[in-house]
Design a protein around this ligand. Structure first.
Ligand code: PGA
Length: 248
């Protein structure tokens, strides 16, 4: 049986709407030719401003899209925020929540993240809750404790029966070229899986993220409890990301 895998592209603040259309047209054509099994899902997270361009190109395609952050409220006086309601109307099915850059650059707390997870699920969208330790936390053997806290608080208002995806992304591996070893990935994914089971989310998929590239994806994708990848830098070029999508 082919296992369900998710290959997600986090474009951060890259690509204009025109660049998004051009990339996705080429990607879609090449992906169709590869006949990837349907158990493998591909999801793009363009900047929110490019979401409409992405979803126009991806209409009637198996490739999904979403946004990288949303407000915990659907409408109101929240200048500069992204609305999950608007994202849904524009074709989003997944929402990234609590990415390391949101936590560290924009000071998002676990409590705010919990509100977002709850709201996104209530709209029928699938949250991808990002968790992960900093380098000093790993060096002081706190990885499991940090992941447990981020999961327990981040999912404290989540619906156990609705779809949920976790992305384990060690902060020290994001954008640094320092990928976690397959042993580190397997060990932490097993911990994450056990914590999810203990707190009532046994079916949550667990992606790995942090400097994933075509050449390291193969060694990570079949490790225990690895359900796919969240890819930043290596998803910005069509052939690089395609290579990762066919890795598993
Ligand atoms: P990276 O980013 O693949 O460039 O390390 C991953 C992420 O930020 O989700």
């Amino acid at each position: 049986m082919i296992q369900r895998k998710i290959f997600a592209a986090n474009w951060k603040l890259h690509k204009t709407p025109a660049e998004t259309r051009k990339f996705l047209l080429e990607f879609k054509t090449k992906l169709d030719a590869l006949q990837l099994p349907y158990e493998k899902e591909v999801v793009f997270f363009p900047s929110a401003i490019s979401l409409e361009a992405a979803s126009e190109v991806l209409k009637e395609s198996r490739v999904k899209c979403g946004v990288q952050n949303v407000c915990s409220q659907g409408s109101g006086a929240f200048t500069g925020e992204n609305s999950a309601l608007v994202a849904k109307e524009l074709g989003a099915t997944y929402i990234l929540i609590g990415h390391s850059e949101r936590r560290h650059l924009f000071h998002e707390t676990d409590d705010l993240i919990a509100e977002k997870v709850n709201y996104v699920q209530s709209l029928g969208l699938t949250p991808i809750l990002c968790i992960g330790e900093t380098l000093s936390e790993r060096e002081s053997q706190k990885t499991k404790e940090v992941c447990a806290r981020q999961l327990k608080v981040g999912l404290s208002r989540a619906h156990a029966t609705k779809p949920l995806v976790i992305a384990y992304e060690p902060v020290w591996a994001i954008g640094t070229g320092k990928v976690a070893t397959s042993e580190q990935v397997e060990e932490t994914h097993t911990d994450v899986y056990n914590i999810l089971k203990e707190i009532g989310f046994p079916d949550g998929a667990i992606l790995y993220g942090g400097s994933v590239k075509a050449d390291n994806a193969k060694g990570l994708v079949n490790r225990s409890h690895v359900s796919g990848f969240l890819v930043g830098g290596a998803s910005l070029e069509v052939d690089n990301f395609l290579q990762i999508c066919i890795s598993g």
